[in-house]
Design a protein around this ligand. Sequence first.
Ligand code: HEM
Length: 134
Amino acid sequence: MNNLSAQTPYGILGKDGIKALANAFYDVMEERIEAAPIRAMHAENMTEIKQKLYEYLTGWMGGPPLYSDRYGSVCLTSAHKPYAIGTQERDQWLDCMDIALDRIAVQYTSDSKQLKTMLKQPLFSIADAVRNQD
Ligand code: HEM
């Protein structure tokens, strides 16, 4: 892998790292009392959503478009319409992602701070785009 391709989150994490991230993300959501309100929006069994988030993030992070190959192009905003997502829910989601990154990043990069910095603004933007109320 050349240096240029390493400069995307996909280049740093690869499929394995993104899979680990998606799994850790929902594990954190399950564990954190603060995330209980967003956990409750999800199905009891999170196997499928773990796989979907992995596929989605792989494309979003600069890798192959696994999610849209399987499901077609999706509007995340409308996919989330059935759920009441305000700033609190958005921030709970982002907190889970932050902790999940802390858990897995060290296994994939010697500079996990750089990875987190690279993702911070884009993650905020996408989570805020999913928000459908104050
Ligand atoms: C901001 C707070 C968010 C909340 C509370 C939330 C919640 C949810 C819920 C409840 C579902 C349905 C899960 C199920 O069927 O069990 C879902 C689906 C999904 N979410 Fe989120 N989500 C949020 C943000 C995001 C963000 C920022 C992304 C992407 C980076 C994302 C990616 C997805 C994907 C890919 C699906 C699956 C859609 C499908 O194919 O059915 N979500 N989300």
